[in-house]
Design a protein around this ligand. Structure first.
Ligand code: PRP
Ligand code: URA
Ligand code: MG
Length: 211
């Protein structure tokens, strides 16, 4: 597993406003959208391309274009939906699959309640979107799911990660070059309820309201 932590003043600035408990839902949604676009720049560094010949008004040249099969973007519902638009803005030809996962608030165990993904992901590069990597249970299950269906590699894009969760993902994918985690920041720790500290609270609730 490879880990990339964004180191950029714009990311740090937007993340600070996102964390602030006074930030309202519309602003939170806009910032999550902007942050994922900044992170996607790094996360797509190894997206596959092929040579593509074109003519400029001046001369012929060979550029590149994204090669087939199309990358698959997978938001992990609910909170990952808040990152979808920002991601596909940068990768407009990508296809989108959905994974619905919920963490039990008492046991912190993740369960899957919805899947809408291609059966066969052979040869596909996948990008899993989830703002929070806390205990790591959700992300490990999601990454396993995509790799078992044949994904060539999976890059998870998170807004915040806890050190404990990173270690869980690292242990689950030890020596696995197909897994990369890109995050805007690694926070201090988890609290006794499995929340990231200082974190930003419940990302799903801040995006979409308390259910
Ligand atoms: O690393 P973990 O300990 O597994 O926790 C992280 C998960 O918790 C949150 O989802 P939640 O279960 O709150 O669902 P929601 O997106 O519907 O709010 C978050 O979006 C992650 O999916
Ligand atoms: O801090 C956390 C941990 C898990 N899920 C969240 O939304 N926030
Ligand atoms: Mg939630």
């Amino acid at each position: 597993m490879r880990l990339h932590v964004a180191d950029h003043p714009l990311v740090a600035h937007k993340l600070t406003v996102l964390r602030d408990g006074r930030t309202d839902s519309p602003t939170f949604r806009r910032l999550a959208d902007e942050l994922v676009t900044l992170l996607a720049y790094e996360a797509t560094r190894e997206v596959r391309t092929e040579p593509y010949p074109i003519r400029t008004p001046v001369a012929g040249t060979t550029g590149v274009r994204l090669s087939a099969p199309k990358p698959l973007v997978v938001p992990i519902l609910r909170a990952g939906l808040g990152m979808l638009d920002g991601m596909v803005r940068l990768l407009p030809t990508a296809e989108v699959g959905f994974l619905g996962m919920i963490r039990d608030e008492a046991t912190l165990q993740a369960t899957t309640y919805a899947t809408r993904l291609p059966e066969d992901l052979s040869g596909r590069q996948c990008f899993a979107l989830d703002p929070m990597l806390a205990t790591g249970g959700t992300l490990v299950a999601a990454l396993r799911f995509l790799l078992e269906r044949g994904a060539v590699d999976v890059t998870a894009i998170c807004l915040l990660a806890a050190p404990e969760g990173i270690e869980v993902v690292r242990a689950a994918f030890e020596g696995e070059a197909r897994v990369t985690v890109v995050t805007a920041a690694v926070d201090e720790r988890l609290d006794e309820n499995g929340y990231i500290v200082p974190g930003l609270g419940d990302a799903g609730d801040r995006l979409y309201g308390v259910v």
